[in-house]
Ligand binder design. Structure first.
Ligand code: SF4
Ligand code: SF4
Length: 178
């Protein structure tokens, strides 16, 4: 039994040396950063931005869905509205020191306002500086969804429309069944 343990120990040691030598001649997994750029997958989820409609208006309608769905509660906002009745966030903040970049907020957003980008360089010396407000988050473009305009899809409240003034004939939904 004693001899058997010694032989087993020698074999495992030789195996460890062999594996170590084998890896010594393979390509390194570790790269120097930031000297060398790293590969990011096309759908890598990083820094969050607030995008705009193709017509330049803010997409966010302060519906609060992103805040509700966020598993770490790092989104806070408050709704207000302009004179035309359009909702928008009075303030909108994301605490990036808590965000885990899960992407659930982007999935929940009905207007495609909130989007994750491949930017991952968010570190800072002051934790409070990682709380981004609306100005820090807003970009001037449409992000990934160039033609989507929530207000054109959903419509807005029309105050002057007459009661029962329906332009389209109601459809029988059973006609849509396969
Ligand atoms: S990516 Fe996830 S953790 Fe970060 S704000 Fe969105 S829902 Fe919250
Ligand atoms: S970012 Fe999207 S989900 Fe969040 S409040 Fe604005 S419209 Fe709603």
């Amino acid at each position: 039994m004693y001899i058997k343990s010694i032989i087993f120990g020698i074999i495992t040691q030789l195996r460890s040396i062999f594996i170590t030598l084998k890896h010594a001649f393979q390509d390194r997994e570790t790269i120097l950063y930031p000297e060398n750029s790293i590969y990011l997958a096309p759908r890598y989820r990083g820094r969050i931005v607030l995008t705009k409609d193709p017509d330049g208006n803010n997409r966010c309608v302060a519906c609060n869905l992103c805040s509700v769905v966020c598993p770490v509660s790092c989104i806070s906002l408050q709704k207000t509205q302009d004179q035309s009745g359009r909702w928008f966030p009075k303030f909108f903040k994301i605490n990036f020191s808590r965000c885990i970049f899960c992407g659930l907020c982007e999935e929940a957003c009905p207007t495609t306002a909130i989007q994750l980008t491949p930017d991952f360089e968010l570190s800072d010396f002051n934790r409070q500086d990682l709380v981004y407000n609306k100005k820090n988050l807003s970009i001037s473009g449409t992000g990934k969804y160039h033609n989507y305009n929530f207000y054109q899809q959903s419509g807005v409240f029309i105050t002057k429309r007459k009661k029962n003034n329906i332009h389209a004939t109601p459809i029988n939904i059973k006609d849509l069944l396969p």
